[in-house]
Design a protein. Structure first.
Length: 329
């Protein structure tokens, strides 16, 4: 009898997250710019966010989230041979934030690098780690989304500064043998896209090779909104098609947490029931690459996401970039 060919899967062993000390409500922001709690809640669903203080750098937040994910996964520095940090707000132009996290965690083997896909960064990082792990080249990955967007916001621009927050989330993925069916635990499929023609709609107006400054985030919110639902639902349809699953099969939908209206519209378009949506946008604001692992961490630790659950993650962000991954927890 022939055995089915070996199929490696990237299995989630644990998640963890970390938020800065300072929590900032909409009411506090209304003392800084011409805005109101009502406007922010109605247009975005955001009620509060956390902002990094001095010393709370992206690598510090990332390291703390990683420590929690590793403890939950039961893995130590000696087990990890791949570290990917998705961030658009690195501590320094170089070295990468990932190598700083690697050193802080005492990991001395393997490889560490940053991945830059703005708000889609965590989905891109999961997909990238999955390629490494399922090729057999690496065994155990730490995938982190970590951001300090407060450092690149224009605090005089009410159209952007009320939307974003800081934080980090991490996931430990390990290569394990599966049967090659959608009943396997692990990343079942991922679908990444980008289209650089949309650069002007969401960008930072500085950088080492242009202005020599870090610059500030600029966004045509309405334009981004116009594209977000179509792009994210497209890549989720790709994930369903690749696995022969439907919205009904999902246990949890964990989208990028930018705007509650975008989340609800995407779920409604695909027929995903409201009770399957994990939403943390009210608590964290838009934390870019950190938003999905923060949400996953909240829902895994409060007992909602359990082993064997089918979980869809998706995001869309600057570039534009967008992507989805379907994971059997
Ligand atoms: O994570 C990457 C992806 N990013 C996103 O997904 C963000 C996508 N975009 C959005 O979430 C929404 O477009 C926003 C929340 C940014 C804005 O909501 P909107 O419903 O598209 O509002 P708008 O930009 O059309 O602005 C409506 C009004 C404007 O006033 P007028 O021109 O109608 O008089 C703005 O000046 O709201 C005004 N406004 C504000 N008012 C109070 C804009 N920002 C604020 C503010 N407080 N903070």
């Amino acid at each position: 009898m022939t055995r089915p060919s070996k199929c490696l899967r990237s299995v989630v062993l644990g998640v963890g997250s970390y938020l800065p000390q300072r929590r900032v409500t909409n009411a506090e922001l209304a003392t800084m710019v011409d805005t109101s709690d009502d406007w922010i809640v109605q247009r975005t669903g955001i009620k509060e966010r956390y902002l990094a203080g001095e010393g709370e750098t992206t690598s510090v937040l990332a390291t703390r989230a990683a420590q929690k994910a590793m403890a939950f996964a039961g893995r130590t520095a000696a087990d990890i041979d791949l570290v990917i940090v998705a961030t658009s707000t690195p501590d320094y132009t170089f070295p990468s934030t990932a190598t700083m996290v690697q050193a802080a965690l005492g990991i001395t083997q393997g490889v560490a690098f940053d991945l830059q896909a703005v708000c889609s960064g965590f989905v891109f990082a999961v997909a990238t780690a999955d390629k490494f792990l399922t090729s057999g080249s690496h065994k155990c990955a730490l995938v982190i989304g970590a951001e300090t967007f407060s450092r690149i916001l224009d605090w005089n621009d009410r159209t952007t500064c009320v939307l974003f927050g800081d934080g980090a989330g991490a996931m430990v993925l390990e290569a394990q043998e599966g049967e090659g069916t959608i009943a396997d635990r692990g990343v079942l499929t991922s679908h990444l896209r980008s289209d650089g023609r949309h650069r002007e709609k969401l960008f930072v107006d500085g950088g080492p090779s242009t202005t020599g400054t870090i610059g500030h985030l600029r966004m045509s919110g309405r334009e981004v909104f116009r594209h977000a639902v179509g792009m994210t639902t497209d890549v989720m349809v790709d994930a369903f098609a690749a696995t022969g699953t439907t919205a009904e099969d999902l246990d949890w939908f964990v989208p990028h947490q930018a705007n509650e209206r975008i989340i609800d519209a995407s779920a409604e378009k695909l027929g995903i029931s409201p009770e399957k949506i994990v939403k943390t946008v009210s608590l964290h604001g838009n934390t870019s690459a950190a938003s999905i692992p923060l949400a996953l961490s909240v829902a895994a630790h409060d007992g909602r996401i359990k082993a064997g659950d089918l979980v869809m993650i998706e995001a869309m962000g600057g570039g534009f970039t967008w992507g989805s991954a379907l994971i059997r927890w």
